[in-house]
Design a protein around this ligand. Sequence first.
Ligand code: 3EB
Length: 329
Amino acid sequence: MLEGCESRWADTGPARAPRISYRMNDAATLLAEPGTLAVFGFGSGVADSDDPRWLRVPLETFDAPAPLEAWQVDGQVQHGRHGALRWSAGGGWLFAALELDEREYGGPAGAARFAYAQLRDFIRSRDEQNVLRIWNYQGAINRGDGDSERYKLFCDGRAEGCGDWFAHGYPAATAIGHHGDANLLQVYLLAGVHAGTAVENPRQVSAWRYPRQYGRTSPGFARAMRLPAQDVLAISGTAAVVGHASAHEGDTAAQLDEILVNLESLLASAGMPAGFDTHAPLKAYVRHGADVPRVREKLRQHLPGVPVLLLHGDVCRSELLVELDGWRY
Ligand code: 3EB
C-alpha cells in the first residue's frame, strides 16, 4: 500500500448527517444537484416526476409560494425501485418510500402491516440497516371510534408488520392524517449504515408505554433520534402530550406553547443547546386552517428565523390540534 494515499475504503466513522432544507427551486433543479437523496413536494398542486427520489406528500401547504424539501448527502447517489417501494442511497444514507391503496390490503391495518413488512425486508437486504426516522401519512386518520379508529388500526398493523424489527429500539417517527385520497397510506424513512441514539422526553411517557386507553397497540416510536455522527437531532412529531395525557383540549395556542416546552425539554434531554436556528427546518401540522395565522405568528415570535413549513394535517389524537417535528442541527 502506498503511504499517504487516501484510502477510499477506510471506515472513517459515521457520515455527516444529510442536509435537510426548504428550497424555492423546481424539482428537476434539485434532483440534478450532486448528492440529492430525496426531494419532497407538498399538496396536490405540485408537479409529478418518475424519479424514485421524488415524493409528493399528500399534505396541503399553507405557504405560498411553497418550497420543496431537499435531502442532500455527501457522495454518489443511486436509486431504484423494488416492487412498490422506491429508494435512493448514497454516502451511507438510504431513503425509502411506499405508497399503498389501503383497499388492496383490506384496510388500514392490512396496509400498515404490508408497508412495514416490505420496508423491513428491503432494509434487511441493505447496508443501511439502521432506521433512524420514519414519517407516516394516513388518510382520514381519526375516522372510526375506540379501537376501530383508523389510526389505532394503523398502529395494530404497523406492529404486526414490524415483528421484531425494532426490538432493539424504535426510530423517531411522525404519524399525521392527510386530506388527500382517504385510502392512500404513505410511509417514508431515513436509514443509515451506523446506528443513532434514541432520545426520550422526561416530560412525556414513552409512547411504547402508553396505557391501554390510547389503543390496543402502543405506538412504536422514540421521541427523537441523534444521528450517528451525533451532529443532528431528528425530532419526532411532538404534540401537547404531557405524561401520557393530551393537554389544553380545544386550545390551539395553549397546545403550541406546550409543544414548545416539550421541545426545549427534549433538546435538554438530548444534551443539545436550547433553541432552534435558521439551519433547523421544522414542520407544523395544523388541523384547522383557521388556526394558521395564530400558529404562524406564535412561531415567528418564539422561533424567529427558523424555517417552519405549515401543513394541513391531523394529529393522531382527535383532541390535538397542532404538532411540530423537524431537525436540530
Ligand atoms: C404523541 O405524542 C403524538 O404513531 O408514529 C407522534 C409521533 C405521535 C409519532 C406515531 C404518533 C406517532 O403520541 C402522536
